[in-house]
Design a binder for this molecule. Structure first.
Ligand code: SF4
Length: 365
């Protein structure tokens, strides 16, 4: 069937609106109303334009359009899958690692990803931003902890703030001597690129701290011309960018799709940073794949693209224990017989090359 693209001038937030544009079957509406009562929905015109409503497996729709499968929760899934709450000393702050904190200033996003690990905390029924009092407390916490070198603005999506508010937050943080890095995690350049105006880019630059921006995208089709232009505006302004992606079943869990995505990032001057294993967020099992599959994909990627295009495959340990690298290992120790040295056995290293062939590396003498 011929592909069809949607041209909208408004964001879709209700299942009935999705149905009237052919993005969900009318027969699913009753289930989708239950999904909508629990999790926020938002499909922006920029995202809708990427979806082919005639393709039931469209990789963009799978990320943003709700499904009745979200009503099915698995026993291991949990509302706070990466354990933010146990590391939250004051409202808005997550202090999991010694030298950095998350600062969650805003609780809304341009789009609501169906696999979101904070799906219980963003969107529906939440205040839009941190209250002024809570924000001052969070700043006081950062000021009082001189080990905090990096502040990561997340949420929600910090680029949903007005440039004026964002500038104020950046200025407040940069005024703290020990805060040297401010990192912003965002999906806005993909989901609503028109928000990346000159004023927004100017708001990101601040004296006293270095700004990094981490772009969240999971499929190369999300790197549209406007999205690439939005990223170029930030990079041209001297803001370094990294990527983060989530490994998602039916979206990017094959080598060619991952390869195209990583090449797309590098073409945009964005260094691939993280490929996250899908977190155990409620109702997301239909979008997760296995850790073993993730490792196989990382092996395949190593054979296809340069180191510049390699992200680190990571899994967040449930309960708040942080991220762990989850990629395949290429080096192990083995005992091997060595007739030349007349030794019964010798410890060597076993190394696997990018084609999967095994080689022995001599021991240190
Ligand atoms: S943009 Fe980030 S925080 Fe917002 S719904 Fe998507 S994954 Fe969650």
């Amino acid at each position: 069937m011929k592909s069809r693209k949607l041209k909208l001038n408004t964001t879709l937030r209700q299942p009935t609106e999705l149905a009237s544009h052919g993005l969900v079957p009318v027969a699913d509406l009753s289930d989708l109303q239950k999904v909508a009562a629990r999790y926020a929905i938002s499909v922006t015109p920029a995202v809708a334009a990427l979806i082919d409503p005639n393709d039931p497996d469209d990789p963009i729709a799978r990320q943003y359009v709700p499904s009745a499968a979200e009503l099915v929760a698995q026993a291991d899934e949990r509302p706070d899958p990466i354990g933010d709450d146990v590391h939250s000393p004051v409202s808005g702050i997550v202090h999991r690692y010694p030298d950095r904190v998350l600062l969650k200033v805003v609780h809304v996003c341009a789009v609501y990803c169906r696999f979101c690990f904070r799906r219980e905390m963003v969107g529906r029924g939440r205040p839009t931003t941190l209250s002024e009092g809570a924000y001052e407390n969070a700043l006081a916490y950062i000021r009082a902890h001189s080990e905090i070198w990096e502040v990561i603005l997340t949420g929600g999506d910090p680029l949903m703030l007005s440039p004026r508010r964002l500038k104020q937050i950046m200025t407040d943080l940069a005024a703290i001597d020990h805060v040297r890095i401010i990192r912003i995690h965002t999906r806005v350049p993909v989901a609503e690129p028109s928000r990346i105006t000159g004023e927004m880019v100017a708001a990101l630059k601040v004296k006293g701290a270095t700004t990094w921006v981490a772009l969240h995208a999971n499929h190369v089709r999300e790197l549209t011309k406007p999205a690439r232009a939005a990223c170029a505006a930030m990079v041209d302004a001297g803001i370094p960018m990294v990527s983060q992606s989530v490994l998602l079943r039916g979206v990017n869990d094959d080598p060619a799709t991952l390869e195209a995505l990583m090449r797309g990032f590098v073409e945009c001057r964005i260094k691939p940073y993280y490929l996250h294993h899908g977190d155990l967020a409620p109702g997301t099992s239909h979008l997760r794949t296995t850790l073993e599959n993730g490792q196989n994909l990382m092996r395949a990627l190593r054979g296809r693209v340069s180191g510049l295009c390699q992200p680190e495959y990571v899994v967040d340990i449930p309960g708040g224990h942080g991220k762990a690298p989850a990629g395949p290992t290429y080096l192990s120790r083995v005992n091997s017989f060595s007739p030349e040295s007349e030794q019964a056995s010798q410890t060597r290293y076993r190394i696997v090359d990018y084609c999967g062939e095994v080689h022995l590396y001599p021991p240190e003498t």
